[in-house]
Write a protein of this length. Structure first.
Length: 396
């Protein structure tokens, strides 16, 4: 069977707000659920591209913490909230931070194999209403922490993302100053991109209620324009005494959603649309849970090897800034120039609402290939539990 070509036709996301589990009213998305926001993204993508919703073959949604209001009911919530026909099927995926990138991959594979012609794929996370920590509905398996046969996995580190970053920085010899300098540059690039109008073309303004008044949320809330190396160097360690990882060189906790529209070549031609990019391939890999930040490197090597591509063939990179050390490690191991990586900023300044990040990386990378007239791009990220996930795309 000949594999069908898959195209990323369009991409949208919400702004990413700051999650505040202890002070919910400070999250600008406190009055809205993210399945509602994601439904707005899905319906907007369908309507602005003139797609007949009856022809949608699948809607695939990723989310890392699928409990409480993040429970997707098998992916049906955003489909019903978008008022799509009941004949439109859905599914939900959890690969932690790679959930929405995995959703894109699953949709692409459906199209490649001829099982679908149109797929919506995206992700969401409301980290104020469904926090990562102190959540009674999330329970680590204590056997992995106390039984002798499982101690080799070091889940006393692996369950705590900040500690995995501390270990990676220590094992691989990255300094606090290196991580802080990288983080300052992330804010600088994000601020510049806002000033140039880059983000207005991918963020869907969302109307919400804040303190009894209607407000339009259309800008990411984690950007710190006035940050500096001096300010970041003054921050205390966030995860262990004497550590190197701080709130300044880590991604914040966020709320948000993102989505892409995927189509087969036949559907693109049927609707007369011009895609952003073609999905070429993917790769995923497992690593030690306590060094989960290493995940992007083997995942990327797998993806490129399958496509007979080399590192130097790739023009632009989006590497998720879960922690500055993750990107620094990937750049060093893969031999990447910083100028080609996260050109418009990254999660340290933009935000990282877990399940929404993968689709943001792929979608914004597709936009950059068009904007900067580059051919090939790689989007990749580390994954809690010890994994990496990578997607390779080509400008249309």
């Amino acid at each position: 069977m000949e594999l069908q070509e898959v195209y990323l036709v369009d991409y949208l996301r919400t702004a990413f707000t700051r999650a505040k589990p202890d002070e919910p009213s400070r999250d600008l998305f406190n009055s809205i659920r993210m399945d509602q926001a994601l439904a707005l993204l899905y319906s907007t993508l369908v309507h602005r591209n003139g797609v007949n919703a009856q022809e949608i073959d699948d809607v695939i949604t990723g989310c890392a913490l699928q409990v409480d209001e993040n429970w997707l009911f098998g992916g049906r919530h955003p489909v019903l909230l978008a008022d799509f026909p009941v004949s439109v099927p859905a599914q939900a995926i959890d690969r932690q931070c790679a959930s929405s990138m995995n959703a894109i991959t699953s949709g692409a594979l459906e199209i490649m194999s001829g099982h679908a012609g149109i797929v919506l794929a995206g992700g969401m996370e409301h980290m104020t209403h469904v926090p990562m920590v102190d959540n009674k509905h999330i329970s680590p398996n204590m056997r992995l922490l106390v039984r002798p046969e499982y101690l080799k996995f070091q889940m006393n580190v692996g369950y705590f993302m900040g500690l995995t970053a501390e270990k990676l920085a220590e094992v691989e010899g990255f300094t606090r100053e290196e991580m802080d300098r990288y983080s300052v540059e992330s804010h600088r690039r994000t601020a510049r991109s806002y000033d140039e109008g880059y983000f207005k073309h991918e963020i869907l303004p969302i109307r919400v209620e804040v303190d009894g008044e209607e407000k339009v949320v259309e800008q990411d809330q984690s950007l710190r324009r006035d940050t500096s190396l001096e300010k970041l160097s003054a921050l205390p360690p966030a995860f262990k005494e004497g550590g190197k990882i701080t709130a300044g060189n880590s991604s914040p906790m966020n709320t948000g959603a993102s989505a892409v529209l995927l189509m087969s070549k036949a559907k693109v031609e049927q609707y007369g649309l011009k895609p952003l990019a073609r999905i070429l391939g993917f790769g995923w890999a497992g690593v030690e849970p306590s060094l989960m930040g290493k995940g992007p490197v083997p995942a990327t090597k797998k993806a490129l090897q399958r496509l007979a591509l080399k590192i130097e063939d790739i023009d632009l990179w989006e590497i998720n800034e879960a922690f500055a050390v993750v990107v620094l490690y990937a750049m060093r191991e893969l031999g990447l120039e910083h100028s080609k990586v996260n050109a418009h900023g990254g999660a340290i300044a933009i935000g990282h609402p877990l399940g929404a990040t993968g689709a943001r990386l792929v979608g914004t990378l597709a936009r950059q290939l068009v904007l900067h007239d580059k051919r090939l791009g790689v989007a990749t990220l580390c994954v809690g539990g010890g994994q990496g996930f990578t997607t390779v795309i080509e400008k249309f």
